[in-house]
Write a protein that binds this ligand. Structure first.
Ligand SMILES: [Zn+2]
Ligand SMILES: [Zn+2]
Length: 253
């Protein structure tokens, strides 16, 4: 069933549930497995309570809730030019190189996977929208979130997180604020992401959004989906345009 063609509620499953799970990735968060279980219900309840200001969330994704999710996206457009790789050679989102290839002598783990994913994972971008919604007191900007293998070579970097799985968020400083304030702000934002999006510091748990710790990312917030199983990192989850991120569908219910 296409998203927008039926009311979604607990115990349903299908590709429209996957779409819902992606869109609500920053409201707690679950796996995009297409099964509407208690994790998805919690996402809906948080969205209805916090964004729609419903006193008693229903957990039922009806027309009103679907329109509110569309409005949430429209409130928080994302400038894809800010996400593009700065290498000067690739299209901005890699060249799809190294599919199935890992660093030599390393485990076949996502941390060592060299594949240049075809864009940025939709879940991490929808999740980034949520923190912008939860913390309107801050102005967030993205800082070259895609960095391909060419850019890694230019910079002497090994990490492949930014081959589509990660974004780096900067928080604009107000006049008179310095690096110490920046560090404090980033710590507060990480704390809110743990609370509102069920994110973790570091990469220990599977299928949980990850944040780099303060010692790696002192004055920015690095947010990624590296811990997700490969079935949730299929090419179809990645996007290179706002239109594909939003994937807006007519709400027919
Ligand atoms: Zn590049
Ligand atoms: Zn980063």
């Amino acid at each position: 069933m296409e998203y927008g063609e039926r009311i979604l509620q607990k115990s349903l499953s299908g590709p429209d549930v996957v779409e819902l799970q992606i869109r609500l990735a920053g409201f707690r968060g679950t796996i995009p497995d297409g099964v509407f279980g208690s994790g998805t219900e919690l996402q809906v309840n948080k969205f209805q309570g916090h964004y729609m200001k419903m006193a008693t969330p229903t957990g039922l994704v009806d027309r009103e809730t679907m329109l509110a999710i569309d409005q949430f996206a429209a409130d928080l457009p994302i400038n894809f030019n800010r996400l593009k790789c700065p290498c000067g050679t690739c299209s901005g989102f890699g060249q799809g190189l190294f599919k199935g290839r890992y660093f030599a002598g390393r485990p076949r783990a996502e941390a060592f996977y060299r594949y240049e994913y075809p864009g940025i994972h939709r879940m991490i971008l929808w999740a980034a929208r949520s923190i912008m919604f939860y913390m309107p007191e801050h102005t967030f900007t993205f800082n070259s979130s895609y960095r391909c293998s060419i850019n890694n070579a230019q910079k002497g970097r090994r990490s492949t997180n930014h081959h589509g799985k990660a974004v780096d968020l900067d928080i604009e400083l107000k006049p008179g604020e310095d690096k110490h304030d920046d560090r404090d702000k980033c710590n507060v934002v990480r704390g809110r992401l743990i609370e509102t999006a069920n994110a973790q510091i570091g990469w220990s748990a599977t299928n949980v959004k990850a944040l780099e710790p303060q010692d790696i990312a002192p004055t920015w917030v690095h947010y990624d989906v590296r811990c997700y199983e490969q079935k949730y990192l299929k090419d179809e989850f990645f996007c290179t345009t706002l239109r594909d991120l939003d994937n807006k569908k007519p709400i027919k219910i």
